[in-house]
Design a protein around this ligand. Structure first.
Ligand SMILES: C[S@@+](CC[C@H](N)C(=O)[O-])C[C@H]1O[C@@H](n2cnc3c(N)ncnc32)[C@H](O)[C@@H]1O
Length: 370
């Protein structure tokens, strides 16, 4: 009997062995290799999207831009390998057109390009007012660009020159985005780098979000992990029931639309109760796997606290951030981290701006690289 039992157990072990091996293999696949990434350099995307960050043509890499190389690679990869022509690619706030160039060149290498362009002759809709702001001349000089336009003047000619090779694919809309009319097509890929005020953010959400395709469309928020512009975080997280977080690349966060966003929910973003805004800012804070990005998100939340609860509460929160992020505060050789903290201190030191001015990102061209 004992012999029979032992034989049975042996047979059971042999039968069970492959199952355990499969489970172990599955567990091994689920574990991401821990890549050493410098602060603010981490790229972490859902497995289905990670492979989109690959080589790009030199023309895309070399177009002067405020976005990082991995972000350019991701946009190129989206247009070449994700985009199916089910709707438009919307590129809002293109400055000198680097993102539009990435989308255009990416689309050129999309195997479905001919069908897409037959159905949608100019599938990339790009928005930009192309007016020089006080920080742009420095950017033009740094990149050796032939732009002599002064603040308040137009840089449209330079933008058109830089996107010339893809212009047949682009519906370029020059002007104030606040006056942009409704689109009459679905939006398949939405890249937003124009949400520099709460009003611009609400405008973009109302214009584009009802056009997203459930289960497919992607929203890429370029300023999501930027330490300012808190409304981007609260507006997007206010719609968490309708989106899945796909990951982070550069300072961009990527979300996929899970289900259609009802119009009243979008309208409600304008009027979220203060406690809800703070809750959403806390949720946003934990999206990143990079402690340096979480530090930025906390600094962004400090700005929201200043608006909702006043300067003393914001000061207390900034002190708690310093205690909670000791490594980030101590990295005095990282220009981005130092800059973020210095700007936070300056922000607390000055009187609040008038409501209509709040959120204009005057420093957008002054942000040093990490
Ligand atoms: C941070 S920059 C975009 C950088 C760009 N994505 C790149 O790759 O370099 C933001 C852009 O939004 C544009 N912008 C800001 N407010 C706007 C508005 N109300 N209408 C149209 N464009 C606007 C600015 O002119 C600026 O070029």
């Amino acid at each position: 009997m004992a012999l029979l039992d032992r034989a049975k157990r042996l047979l059971w072990n042999i039968a069970a062995a492959p199952e355990r091996t499969d489970r172990q293999a599955a567990a091994a696949v689920a574990i991401e290799p821990l890549m050493p990434a410098r602060p603010l350099q981490l790229t972490r995307l859902d497995a289905a999207f990670a492979t989109l960050v690959g080589p790009i043509p030199a023309s895309c890499r070399d177009t002067p831009s405020m976005i990082s190389l991995p972000e350019k690679q991701f946009l190129f990869g989206l247009a070449s390998r994700y985009y199916a022509g089910k709707g438009l690619i919307v590129d809002a706030g293109i400055f000198l057109g680097a993102s539009t160039r990435c989308f255009g060149e990416g689309l050129r290498s999309n195997p479905r390009q001919e069908d897409i362009v037959r159905a949608l002759p100019r599938p990339i809709v790009s928005y930009e007012r192309a007016i020089v702001n006080p920080n742009m001349p420095r950017f033009f000089r740094k990149h050796g660009l032939p732009v002599s336009a002064a603040p308040g003047e137009s840089f449209e000619a330079e933008l058109r020159r830089l996107i010339e090779p893809v212009k047949e694919l682009v519906d370029l809309r020059i002007g104030d985005f606040m006056d942009a009319p409704e689109l009459d097509r679905p939006v398949e890929i939405l890249f937003l780098d124009i949400l520099k005020s709460s009003a611009l953010s609400l405008r973009a959400f109302r214009l584009f979000y009802p056009r997203l395709i459930p289960g497919h469309s992607l929203v890429v928020h370029q300023d999501y992990f930027f330490e300012e512009l808190p409304w981007i975080k609260t507006h997007q997280e206010g719609l968490a029931n309708y989106f899945d977080f796909v990951g982070e690349v550069g300072s961009s966060a990527v979300f996929r639309c899970r289900k259609a966003v009802p119009r009243p929910v979008l309208d409600g973003l304008d009027d979220l109760p203060p406690a809800e805004q703070l809750r959403l800012a806390s949720i946003a804070l934990h999206r990143s796997a990079d402690p340096a990005r979480r530090f930025f998100m906390a600094v962004s939340k400090m700005r929201l606290i200043r608006k909702l609860q006043g300067r003393a509460a914001a000061r207390a929160y900034l002190e708690s951030i310093k205690a909670e992020f000791p490594e980030q505060v101590a990295q005095t050789d990282n220009r981005r981290l130092v800059y973020a903290l210095r700007r936070a201190e300056e922000f607390l030191a000055r009187k609040p701006k008038k409501a209509h001015k709040e959120g204009t990102r005057t420093a957008e061209q002054r942000v040093p690289s990490a």
